[in-house]
Design a protein around this ligand. Structure first.
Ligand SMILES: Cc1cc2nc3c(=O)[nH]c(=O)nc-3n(C[C@H](O)[C@H](O)[C@H](O)COP(=O)(O)OP(=O)(O)OC[C@H]3O[C@@H](n4cnc5c(N)ncnc54)[C@H](O)[C@@H]3O)c2cc1C
Length: 461
């Protein structure tokens, strides 16, 4: 049989519930949006396809925001994590181009629990193991979403939809314009990677060795042993990796690898697959298989070549593939590279951000990771064109490929989630559209959350 399409019969879909604000995606960004909106008294539904919150931050084993967390609900969460031993102190990492402020990594298991607890305490209705297959649009305005679960297809109605799916799934399916990666015909997109954990690493032996090793030029090595649990960060190993590959025939994709600790375990960022169409189930699966192959090679490299790893074993492989870049919506404003270097002051800024620039070469094995001056993210970057009652937050906001290398970092994603949650709640309170929400009220509410909105406030802090 040579089928290219089939017909699906039309059917009635039961309405599961109605909300003021629906958030698609309970990853790094979505829970912050949900807490922000629910704390303003709105009826909020947070829908997540997996069985826990945090996305790349927790399930993806990423754990480490590349930049300071400078205010608002994200800082409240990080301080809460610290108070229960789920995070340590922030640190400065030394890189080729100067120091980069890194917010402490967090223990992903504690973070999952905290995010869930804060959502529940705020009154958020979470729907786990529920995939949102499409937005429902009437006369150009969002009125709800179609969900898929073990109960089949159902409808959740909403006054405002916040797309925190990371891939702008809702915006794209609602017909809003977007670009893939750099937006060129041969679009440049940062590669995909899969994190894993090595357990039983002798952290002290590793730290003592790394202090004197020229092949690990980017690093943060705490002076005291207790600081190793959350504060050891090492990037490099380039020469050792080259020699290992030449001598063993094992082929890896990255020129360097990054090791970092959280709760005394070693998190390894070392795999890479280029040019994957992550919307193709087949290519997505092939990328996972390739990451597994590379993980075996990196484990062997670490155990055979890096002091401290002699007795180490594979602890956990992330259950999800880490996708760095796909769709960026084309919003009312597109953040440019110059904006992201701190060159523009925006009257409608909803967050100042101090994340590092972090570009993984879309065509090779290199990583450009460096500190930059703080910059501002305008509300218009969260507003897709052509669809009403839709906001987008997280890594798929309207930003060009260069600006995305900063705005994709977790501090920026969480800040845009917070702003979207506040703006959605205020729009519902005021009975206006999210496009017409009074920005002075949104900014005042964000200031009440202790969120710096302009770059000079970060420089002064
Ligand atoms: C390998 C890797 C390393 C990185 N390293 C760093 C780093 O060191 N520091 C840093 O700050 N940033 C880093 N980043 C970037 C940063 O982690 C991400 O850009 C950020 O976490 C994205 O947040 P998000 O909320 O947009 O997406 P996610 O955290 O991916 O959350 C999206 C959520 O939406 C859910 N979802 C998606 N579609 C649907 C749907 N249709 N229905 C229901 N649920 C859905 C997903 O299951 C997921 O939980 C890294 C990224 C990767 C991939």
């Amino acid at each position: 049989m040579n089928r290219t399409t089939i017909q699906e019969a039309a059917r009635e879909i039961p309405v599961l519930m109605e909300a003021d604000v629906v958030i698609v995606g309970g990853g790094t960004t979505g829970p912050i949006a949900a807490i922000a909106a629910a704390r303003r008294g709105r009826k909020v539904v947070l829908i997540e396809r997996f069985g826990s919150l945090g996305g790349i931050l927790t399930l993806g084993l990423n754990t480490k925001p590349s930049g300071a967390i400078i205010g608002g609900i994200p800082l409240e969460i990080w301080n809460l994590a610290r108070s229960v031993g789920g995070a340590g102190a922030d640190y400065m990492a030394t890189t080729k181009t100067g120091g980069v402020h890194i917010a402490s990594p967090t223990d992903p298991e504690i973070m999952k629990m905290l995010l869930t607890r804060l959502c529940v305490e705020a009154g958020v209705q979470i729907l786990f193991e529920t995939f949102v297959s499409a937005p429902h649009v009437e006369h150009g305005s969002i009125t709800g979403v179609i969900i898929e679960s073990k109960s089949g297809r159902q409808f959740v109605g909403t006054k405002v939809l916040i797309d925190c799916s990371a891939d702008a799934d809702m915006a794209a399916k609602a017909g809003a314009p977007f670009v893939m990666g750099s937006g060129e015909r041969e679009a440049k997109m940062q590669p995909v990677s899969m994190y894993f954990i090595m357990k039983n690493v002798d952290l002290k032996r590793l730290a003592d060795w790394a202090r004197t090793c020229d092949d690990v030029p980017a690093r943060a090595i705490p002076a005291d042993e207790a600081g190793l649990d959350y504060g050891l960060w090492l990037t490099g190993f380039n020469g050792m990796l080259r020699r290992f590959q030449a001598e063993t025939g094992v082929k890896l994709q990255r020129e360097n690898i990054t090791l970092k600790t959280a709760d005394g375990q070693m998190y390894v960022n070392a795999t890479r697959v280029l040019g994957v169409n992550v919307f193709s189930p087949k290519e997505f699966t092939d990328a996972i298989l390739e990451c597994y192959r590379q993980i075996e090679g990196v484990c062997r490299f670490l155990k055979e070549r890096v002091p401290g790893f002699e007795q180490a074993r594979l602890g956990q492989v992330s259950p999800i593939l880490g996708v760095r870049e796909t769709r960026h919506i084309v919003g009312e404003y597109t953040l440019t590279g110059a904006d992201s270097r701190g060159e523009t002051r925006f009257d409608d800024s909803i967050a100042a951000d101090n994340s590092a620039l972090d570009i993984h070469d879309p065509k090779g094995g290199d990583v450009d990771f460096q500190s930059m001056p703080p910059y501002e993210i305008p509300y218009r970057c969260l507003l897709p064109q052509g669809v009403e009652q839709l906001l987008v937050a997280g890594r798929c906001i309207s930003a060009d490929h260069e600006a995305h290398a900063r705005s994709r970092n977790m501090p920026a994603c969480m800040a845009t989630g917070q702003a979207a949650g506040v703006a959605a709640a205020i729009a519902v309170e005021q009975g206006v559209s999210v496009r017409r929400v009074p920005l002075d009220r949104v900014q005042a509410a964000l200031r009440e959350l202790q969120m710096p909105l302009h770059a000079e406030e970060v420089r002064a802090s």
